[in-house]
Design a protein around this ligand. Structure first.
Ligand code: URA
Length: 196
């Protein structure tokens, strides 16, 4: 059932000619990234958009940011295969630029459906774009709190399937050249372990 519903999302994204990123996908012979992991997880991670490696393989977080994410999960003893990992934007923005509002608008409804199908108890947002999207989606404030203040905090929202906890985290890529953020991320990840 969930498999079928998720496959339908994949098919729809594959055929999404109206996306502003569709032409680049075809031209570059790359793939959209829908998501991967457990279909009945406690935790769903929501990143920003695929990077080069992700678009080449169709898998989320499989490049440099993915290595950091894998290590952070290892640090709290959670298996990658026990969580679900996806992004707001399903196609790679050129040169890894920030997603545009119009792109978030096109792909957001697919993320909404993934949340409804997978029904995670915890949504861990990676970076300011996914935090902003999820917070607005659940009506938790149009005045988006900056990620520098929100990270490490837990927000609660009501969904059609019950309460969900939203954990705001920095994007793993933010820690690549910043040791301080690496430590902050590791510290914030401990919240996920506690909430599990
Ligand atoms: N960064 C993201 O936000 N998502 C990915 O899948 C990879 C890198």
């Amino acid at each position: 059932m969930k498999e079928e519903q998720l496959r339908k999302i994949k098919d729809e994204v594959l055929a999404l000619k109206e996306s502003p990123l569709y032409a680049d996908r075809i031209k570059n012979k790359v793939f959209p990234v829908i998501g991967e992991g457990s279909h009945s997880p406690k935790i769903m991670f929501v990143g920003e958009a695929p990077g080069k490696n992700e678009a080449a393989t169709g898998r989320p977080f499989c490049g440099a940011s993915g290595k950091i994410l894998d290590n952070l999960l290892l640090g709290i003893g959670i298996n990658r295969s026990d969580v679900y990992i996806t992004n707001i934007v399903k196609d790679r923005p050129p040169e890894n630029r920030d997603p545009l509002p119009g792109e978030i608008e096109v792909y957001g409804p697919f993320l909404d459906r993934q949340i409804e199908i997978i029904q995670p108890k915890i949504i861990a947002t990676l970076g300011r774009f996914s935090f902003g999207y999820i917070i607005s989606k659940f009506g938790l404030g149009f005045e988006i709190i900056p990620i520098s203040q929100a990270h490490g905090k837990v927000f609660e929202a009501n969904t059609s399937y019950g309460t969900v906890k939203i954990v705001a985290l920095y994007h793993p890529a933010a820690s690549i050249y910043n040791q301080h953020l690496k430590e902050t991320l590791a510290e914030d990840f401990k919240i996920l372990k506690q909430l599990q």
